[in-house]
Design a protein around this ligand. Sequence first.
Ligand code: F0G
Length: 447
Amino acid sequence: MVESLRQSTPAEREQWIRDASYNLFNLRSEQVFIDLLTDSGTGAMSDRQWGAIMTGDESYAGASSYYHLKEAIRDITGFEYFLPTHQGRAAENVLFSVLVKEGDIIPGNAHFDTTKGHIEFRKATAVDCTVDIARNIEAEDPFKGNVDPEKLEQVLKQTPRERLGCIIMTVTNNTAGGQPVSMANLRAARELADKYGVLLIIDSARFAENAYFIKRREEGYADRSIRDIAREMFSYADGMTMSSKKDGIVNIGGFIGFRDKELFRRASTFNIMFEGFVTYGGMAGRDMNALAQGLYEGTGYEYLEARISQVARLGDRIHSAGIPMQRPVGGHAVFIDAGRFLPQIPAEEFPAQRLAVEIYLEGGIRGTEIGTLMADRDPVTRKNRYPELELVRLAVPRRVYTDNHMDYVAEAVKNVWERRQKITRGLAIKWEAPIMRHFTVELGLLS
Ligand code: F0G
């Protein structure tokens, strides 16, 4: 599918972003030239996926599309049982309805915000045990998404067994900058899960990109296929949640994979309540067909090579101008270090959001803030949480933009860098929601 893009003038963008209360989620897509808000659901489906759409089976129960998807999931992940959901956070909602209760502790390697949201909503606590080097933004470490096994063991040791809901390993680690988790690290997490008798769940949104990095960076995997590597990754887990909108290359969809039939059965009840019957759960038959095809395309080596190289191209161009950013470049996005880009703006004035707004004003490019706004308030004290890093994420949709578009983005970011000293103030919150505020927050520009 090809779509036209619309350019705009700086004056138009100034008006539009003011009308959007300086929240990039509030912009209309026509007001955006290059949309790097997310790589989620924004990919372009292939001819074969569109073909599969045409042969979708819309039976309420037992549709052939369900079985196509079941086959693909079993083949690629090894999980025998699965439940379709309408997207990744729905998979979290259903699975956590079984696994997470009030007072529980859920350790992992930097939970994504919806994952954390679903944990905190249940009055449980997500504990981030990511390796310290992830916070050393310039360090060229190959697996900065890893969990720190010592930190993880500490949490497992200190927490009574009945309060350990599960361990969640997110691959790639989105919050840490789209950084991969090594196979050795997944194996170590599995050993700890066995030692302390707790379930290990993989948040799999970008599992294929993670497998690509393992193939390219981890000893012993260069000659293994992506699918073979993915299977080994999943072999260390008891279950998975999936946002199919990323590495499934579909516009909507998700699922949960299970090894254990009993856990699958318990989750099925919640799936029927929240999502739909177990053989469609929030997805149309045609969408399940497209996903079955997308899972194969998303795990193709040539595709992954082209996609990840495109993201690296954008990152390398920005980095070569001296702009501080997360290194090495992650799988799906470039993460610019807004804290060092705009050191004159204090964390209370949301420097990463300010930079995201400025990049929009410069080139009509929409990125997203991963900093104090997204970190939200502590659920108990209601005080702002200040993360160590203030980042702007430029996430690249799959199979949508050309390298020429990426070069345009890099030039625009460089232009902002050139005039960074003139940006003296940040933003103030005018209204915010009690949880996951960054999606709907309304802000004002300080002057
Ligand atoms: N897990 C991870 C690691 C994610 O990145 C996301 C979504 C989800 C779970 C939730 O999935 O959106 O299908 O409900 N990430 C998107 C992003 C929104 O922009 O990074 P969902």
